[in-house]
Design a protein. Structure first.
Length: 131
């Protein structure tokens, strides 16, 4: 596993690894603000560009939920990181998984990202690997 060390004082852990046919990234910790979320997405985008993968399984273990406004800001910024056309399976281990999921999926699609949000990694991986 390729661990990416967050900057000093970060309140999350990010790990990234190459898997067969996709890149896997997992973040664990509080990410209740746009600055923190964008910090780890910049690292994920850099790894995607280095690997030449166009598929990502992103797993968010536990965290605070972003507001709809913050989710819109993050979605717009992620699209501008060169991830347009990347297929992203987003796994949220959160009982409120559906609270902003539909909005995030729609905003992502409108910006050229192919994103679907799941509550379970196995179902997300199955969708991700479908051609």
């Amino acid at each position: 596993m390729n661990y990416v060390t967050p900057s000093e004082g970060a309140d999350y852990k990010l790990s990234i690894e190459q898997r067969q046919r996709y890149l896997y990234a997992m973040v664990d910790g509080a990410d209740d603000n746009v600055k923190t979320v964008l910090a780890y997405w910049k690292k994920i985008a850099a790894e995607l560009k280095n690997s030449a993968e166009r598929r990502l399984l992103f797993e968010k273990m536990r965290s605070a939920e972003l507001s709809v406004t913050a989710a819109f800001t993050v979605t717009s910024a992620v699209a501008s990181m060169g991830l347009v056309g990347t297929k992203i399976a987003f796994v949220k281990h959160d009982p409120d998984v559906n609270r902003t999921s539909a909005f995030t999926e729609t905003a992502s699609l409108n910006r050229g990202l192919i994103v679907k949000i799941f509550a379970a990694a196995d179902i997300a991986e199955e969708w991700l690997l479908r051609d």
